[in-house]
Design a protein around this ligand. Sequence first.
Ligand SMILES: [Zn+2]
Ligand SMILES: [Zn+2]
Length: 129
Amino acid sequence: MDNFNPSQPRASRPAPTVFCYICGRQFGSKSIDIHLPQCLKKWHAENDKLPKNQRRAAPTKPDDVIVGGVVDREATNEALWKSSQGLMLECEHCGRRFKEDRLPVHQRSCTADNPAKRLASKSRERPNK
Ligand SMILES: [Zn+2]
Ligand SMILES: [Zn+2]
């Protein structure tokens, strides 16, 4: 990002953000504490809906990455984000990965007989903000 605006001195630091290790969204360091229990609850709810052979063990929070005795925020965030990506389910038909609540939606159009094409295109998923 290079939207540095010289007319706006950086008096206040931007609130630090952390990734949720479950859903991969970013939160402020305060709201993550509120979000995590809810997200985990939701994860369990979704997981319980899955056929038994697709259910997974509950996600565990990756440890903070310590570098030189201090927490490396960036590396820790990356570990958190990677964790969330690892939690996504792979579509058995096309091999793409989806959040568990997205997979059933995707599989309405992606079936064993007619799998979705692997994307080689610019059609990106909208970031859901
Ligand atoms: Zn989350
Ligand atoms: Zn698929």
